[in-house]
Design a protein around this ligand. Structure first.
Ligand SMILES: Cc1cc2nc3c(=O)[nH]c(=O)nc-3n(C[C@H](O)[C@H](O)[C@H](O)COP(=O)(O)OP(=O)(O)OC[C@H]3O[C@@H](n4cnc5c(N)ncnc54)[C@H](O)[C@@H]3O)c2cc1C
Length: 475
């Protein structure tokens, strides 16, 4: 123990207060366990401070500005001026409200909060270094530990986030002004969400992507709706190119790209946003001191109770191998770990995990695609409802996209669905419930849906899969 160290004990120590960690800590405390949560940066983690929440705040605000300026057909003539500094301070207020809410919830549930960086001394204690000069450190001994240290953006060699014109998603979400020209490297969900938002705020956006299309992992008919709309918004795409370097040129930056065949191109911009994925943060905890093993990419492998190779140490959230890096997945895993730590027979056994992309239009997916259902040995029954046949979609002015439902022909059980269109991130919840509850096409089709709503399209897709759609032609 170093001079000045104090040593305390806790039944459950949670490291990291993102949506994995703080949810785990609250549930552990709710179960009566003496629980300590340590965070080195900000309560709410990436999600609340630099990810889900600020990005969705900007996406909403930029869409509002864009819609107001493009609603002549509805008889609205406006030319909205965007005050970026006001928009940013509104976004910060949203973030502050939520992060302080997390802190209050933790305290109200009896979670002990410690600010600092936790590193394992061994498999039953950590040293917590408090931030800043002379802040000291303390040792906390634990019976069980839940590691929820999250992820950070992947860097491309040569593109250091410390260099001013090179932005990570975190830098983009803290921008003080809208760049005139923005080069985005990577057309995954973060790159596409931010490209769309900045285009709506008036930036001239160019995207370079190594692969041949946007949003890898999504079916072509889903991702193409988003790509076409982004193109309408003025976003320019260059596929099959990887960013290889950059150099300053006056106030601008010139980014070099290269194809697999060695062809090069260069793009001039004010800022370059690198959004090529995220990697786990498992190097902040001195995992080896506790005997914790990581895979070659740095993730912790866990069992379905979220236990690592060291039985009384759990891992949840973005640090977990073979688990989608999504906030709601981290929270679910956190609940499982906390309940298991409390002696309950909890296990992670979600039938399907919904995912959303908050582009224009949005994407919401859950469970199996038609191809995946076939591969799994089902005979898929597929139904589709285009939003251009939805009365409510027409009244919103957003009729691109569709709802598709995938079920097992024999039993009728809903296996999954893909939605691209207005409010897809909300609508997918109905399909997720259907998959989780083992609902059939008949259950979804015969559930009375409010009119006029976008959710009717889910019902119509189910009816269509049964050959009984009223508002579209059955196939
Ligand atoms: C731009 C962007 C948009 C996103 N949008 C969405 C979305 O719409 N929906 C969605 O589901 N997901 C989204 N995500 C992903 C989501 O943010 C993550 O999946 C989620 O935050 C992971 O939660 P976590 O608890 O595992 O880790 P994090 O939220 O990363 O939290 C980990 C915490 O651990 C702390 N920490 C690390 N090491 C230590 C240590 N040694 N001691 C103490 N504390 C430590 C960190 O400071 C951090 O606060 C987005 C991410 C980004 C970047």
């Amino acid at each position: 123990m170093v001079v000045g160290d104090i040593s305390t004990g806790t039944e459950v120590l949670v490291i990291g207060a993102g949506p994995g960690g703080y949810v785990a800590a609250i549930r552990a405390a709710q179960r009566g366990l003496d629980t300590t949560l340590v965070e080195r940066d900000a309560y709410g983690g990436t999600c609340l401070n630099h990810g889900c929440i600020p990005s969705k705040a900007y996406i909403t605000a930029s869409s509002l500005a864009h819609e107001a300026g493009t609603a002549e057909e509805m008889g609205i003539h406006a030319d909205p001026a965007v005050d970026m500094s006001q928009m940013r301070s509104w976004k910060d207020d949203v973030v502050d409200g939520l992060t302080s809410g997390v802190e209050k919830l933790c305290k109200a549930n009896g979670v002990n909060l410690i600010e600092g960086t936790a590193r394992f001394k061994d498999d039953s204690s950590v040293r917590i270094e408090h931030g800043g000069e002379g802040q000291g450190s303390e040792t906390v001994e634990f019976e069980r530990c839940i590691v929820a240290t999250g992820s950070r953006p992947v860097q491309i060699p040569g593109f250091e986030f410390t260099d001013d014109p090179v932005w990570s998603s975190r830098d983009a979400l803290a921008a003080e002004s809208v760049p005139d020209e923005l080069l985005v490297v990577g057309a995954g969900y973060i790159g596409m969400e931010l490209s769309t938002a900045f285009a709506k705020l008036g930036a001239d956006v160019t995207v370079v992507e190594m692969l041949e299309d946007v949003l890898p992992g999504y079916e072509d008919d889903v991702s193409s709706v988003v790509r076409k709309r982004a193109e309408e918004l003025g976003v320019k795409f260059n596929f099959g190119e990887g960013a290889s370097g950059w150099s300053p040129d006056g106030d601008d930056v010139v980014v070099e790209t290269e194809t697999e065949d060695g062809e090069t191109a260069s793009y001039r911009a004010d800022k370059v946003l690198v959004a090529v994925g995220r990697s786990p943060v498992t190097d902040t905890v001195d995992a080896e001191n506790a005997g914790l093993e990581t895979d070659e990419k740095g993730f912790f492998e866990t069992d379905d109770r979220m236990r690592t190779n060291v039985e009384h140490i759990y891992a949840v959230g973005d640090v977990v191998a073979d688990s989608p890096m999504l906030a709601h997945v981290g929270s679910k895993e956190g609940i499982v770990a906390a309940e298991h730590a409390a002696g309950e027979p909890a296990a992670y056994d979600a039938q399907a995990v919904p995912a959303a992309v908050f582009t224009d239009p949005e994407i919401g997916t859950v469970g199996m695609t038609e191809a995946e259902a076939e591969e799994a040995g089902f005979t898929p029954a597929v139904g589709k409802m285009p939003f251009n046949a939805s009365g409510r979609a027409m009244t919103t002015g957003h009729t691109e996209g569709f709802v598709r439902i995938v079920a097992d022909e024999d039993s009728g059980f809903v296996l999954g669905g893909q939605i691209v269109g207005p409010e897809a991130s909300e609508l997918v919840a109905e399909l997720a419930l259907a998959v989780e509850m083992g609902a059939t096409l008949e259950d979804v089709a015969s559930t009375v849906h409010t009119h006029p709503t976008l959710a009717e399209a889910v019902m119509e897709a189910a009816e269509n899969a049964r050959g009984e759609a009223i508002h579209t032609l059955n196939r």
